[in-house]
Every structure is written in structure tokens, then in C-alpha cells.
Design a protein around this ligand. Sequence first.
Ligand code: ZN
Length: 301
Amino acid sequence: MSTKRRRKSMTKYKRTELKIVFGGFVAVLIITLILGFSIISKRKANTVVTTTEKQTTQQTEEKTEKPEDKTEEPSSEEDSTEEKTTEDETEESTDGEDTTADENSSPFNPSTISIDESKWELTLLNANYKLPDGYVPELAPAIPGSGESLDKRVQPYYEKMYNAAKAEGVLLTPYSGYRSIATQTRLHTNKVDSYKSQGYSNYEAEKMATRWSMLPGCSEHNFGVAMDICNTRDDFNMTEQYAWLVKHAAEYGFIERYKGEKEQYTGVAAEPWHWRFVGVENAKAINESGLCLEEYLGKTD
Ligand code: ZN
């Protein structure tokens, strides 16, 4: 082999080597670029996902907040049935007692009564005393044609009272009489839930709700001895119907059951429309004494 030829062959060899090295370099560069690009695009994708997630979470939060706003206003259904609501209830009932109680516990634990048939009309019902399970009175329409009913032993007294008032031009329209346990449960639960949705614990919500809507089985409406007359409006005590009742209801055995100044004993806010049958003699005695039913029966515990 001549020197020239050898040189040529060496040059050829070197060229091939260079080609390989260059090729390798280009390959590494391409791989690096591809990897780099894919990492960047992955990051971008993640960022997009996170943003979308955030937006979705925010939307969900907004959605859950909206129903809460709604429940702050008392439902019209509740107003039309009984135990009305006023704006000052929250202020009055958060007087700071018993805040150490377990959040999920109930402030009430009523004991089941047994009805003394010899004085059934004096049966005391409140957040401390409840009817036996399954108790349903024998019912009669409060007045002929009315959709509201009362215990059939109470009904004749209501009808007499209704007719006496009507003769003087005063209409004592039956508004809400006997109520089933199911209806009472619904009313009470709605009230509790509306307080809970405003952020109160179960304990506080139960306590506040019960001032306006009695516990199921503890309501005089469940016993069939009470009638909400005409309406459940705050200003019922300004009406001629109320004035008539104050003057005459005892003659027919009915008392104004929940006076504002007796709430410490009754556990219920003022309800001028709620009239309870206790019998004529008892009604007259209670009115004369100025006591509420709890005091009259010596059960103010
Ligand atoms: Zn009532």
C-alpha cells in the first residue's frame, strides 16, 4: 500500500468516525429536546387540571351556600300551620347558657306520661312530657264542615264558643287543631334544620326551634285539645277575636296557653292564637290565679 493510498484510507476512516460522533450528538440533542418538550407540556397540562379543579370546587361551594341563604327566611308553610317565627328569636334565645353541652346531643329528654282518664283535660304536655307512642285521640270536626278537628270530648265546647262569638259578630275560625305526629315531626325538623343551616349546633338548634315548634308527641295539638284560632300572626293579640277570647274563652273551658311572661315555665314563646281546653272550672280558676298551666299543676321543673 502506498503512503498516498494509506492517507486516503485514514481520511476515509476518520470521516466515518466523525459521521458517527456527529450522528450520535444529533441523536442525543433530539432526545433531549423531545424529553424536555414532553416534560414542559406535562407540567402545562397539570396546571390546567389544577385550575379546572379549583374552579369546580369553588362552584360546588357556591352551590352549597345558596340553599343556606334560602333557609334563613321562615317557610310560608310553617307560618300557615302554627308556631310562628319572628326576627328577634335568635337574639332572645342565645343567652349563653349550657354552651358546653355536646354539639350533637339534644337539650330535651321528655318522659312519657300515662294519661289519667279521670282528669284527662289537665294532661300536661311540654318539652318535659310527651304522649305515649301511638296515641291518637278520637276526633271530630271543630265546627261542622271544618277541615280542622279536635278531640271529640273538646269539640262541643269549641263549637259552643264559636257560635257564641259568631252571634256577637266575631268569627273564631279554626285554623290549626289536631295534628298527627308525622306532621309535628315535619314542622319541628324543618325548624331545627333551618337553625342548623345558619350554623347552630344540633343542641342549640333544637333548643331554639322548640320555642316555636314543639317536639313531636309533646304538642297539645297532638293531643287534640288545642286550637290555633284565625291565624298565627304576631299581631293576633290586637284583634277583636283575641279580645273576645280573653273575655269569654274560660266560660267554654279554654285558656290562653302561652303568655310571653310565662315562657320560663312553658318553654314556648308568646302565642296569643293558641287556646287550650282544660275544662270550664279549671279555666276559670287558672284565669283568676294568673298562673300558667305548669304553675297551676305544680310542675314547673
Ligand atoms: Zn298552637
